[in-house]
Design a protein around this ligand. Structure first.
Ligand SMILES: *Cc1c(COP(=O)(O)O)cnc(C)c1O
Length: 230
């Protein structure tokens, strides 16, 4: 099932790229494995998937440890990150998409082990001003990006955004604003290559507006059970 779902998602990405005049090789598919067992990640790996996203630090570290035998895996932390939880992220993950405060970035940089390459970072931006989620306001993004780009343990790659569910045209307008913000940061001299946006429902609109990485969970692994409140 997972292999078939991955094929379907790759076909959606290819169709969206054809529509947008882009090459599918410009898009990284991140398989979001939150709440899924390590066996599901292994099945996706066997089907060729290499980049995986996790929202919860301990769950992610447990899976990274359980799957340490698989070469070439890439792990992305995409969930909200408290500053007292940065150490295991700095030690185990390859990317963090959810940096929205300098303090978190400073801790990740200081805690990144010296024998690992710099941790890849996206700044999470709350493009549509949704009150329910993390992310820095667009007006603060440039100052934060400039500060993050100077931290030695990190490599700033771009921005990440999660538009609130909305009618398609409205979501696409959010994606376009994220793209404009990325362009503005580049014009300010930051060498950014990553626009992390688009999920199971909106990956086509995100690709149309310039996403370079789409984060897809349900369309690969099936619907998630609600997260238990503990
Ligand atoms: C869960 C999640 C996704 C994937 O969402 P789906 O709707 O399952 O594709 C992407 N990004 C973030 C930040 C998430 O928390």
């Amino acid at each position: 099932m997972i292999a078939l779902n991955l094929q379907t998602v790759h076909a959606r990405i290819a169709a969206a790229c054809a529509q947008a005049g882009r090459a599918p090789a410009q898009i990284t598919l991140l398989a979001v494995a939150k709440t899924q067992p390590a066996s599901a990640v292994r099945a996706a790996y066997d089907a060729g998937q290499r980049a995986f996203g996790e929202n919860y630090v301990q769950e992610g570290v447990d899976k990274i440890t359980a799957l340490a035998d698989l070469p070439g895996l890439q792990w992305h932390c995409i969930g909200p990150l408290q500053s007292n939880k940065t150490r295991p992220v700095a030690e185990h993950f390859d990317w963090v998409h959810s940096v929205d405060r300098l303090k978190v970035a400073q801790r990740l940089s200081a805690q990144r082990p010296a024998d690992k390459p710099p941790l890849n970072i996206c700044i999470q931006v709350n493009i549509d001003g949704g009150s329910s989620k993390a992310g820095i306001a667009p007006a603060g993004a440039l100052a934060l990006a400039q500060a993050v780009s100077k931290l030695p343990g990190l490599r700033l790659r771009g921005i990440m955004t999660i538009p609130d569910p909305a009618p398609p045209a409205q979501m696409r307008a959010c994606h376009a604003r994220a793209r404009q913000l990325l362009d503005a940061l580049r014009q300010a001299g930051l060498p950014l290559d990553t626009l992390s946006m688009g999920m199971s429902v909106d990956l086509e609109a995100a690709i149309a507006e310039g996403a370079t990485l789409v984060r897809v969970g349900a369309a690969i692994f099936g619907a998630r059970a609600p997260r238990p409140a503990f």
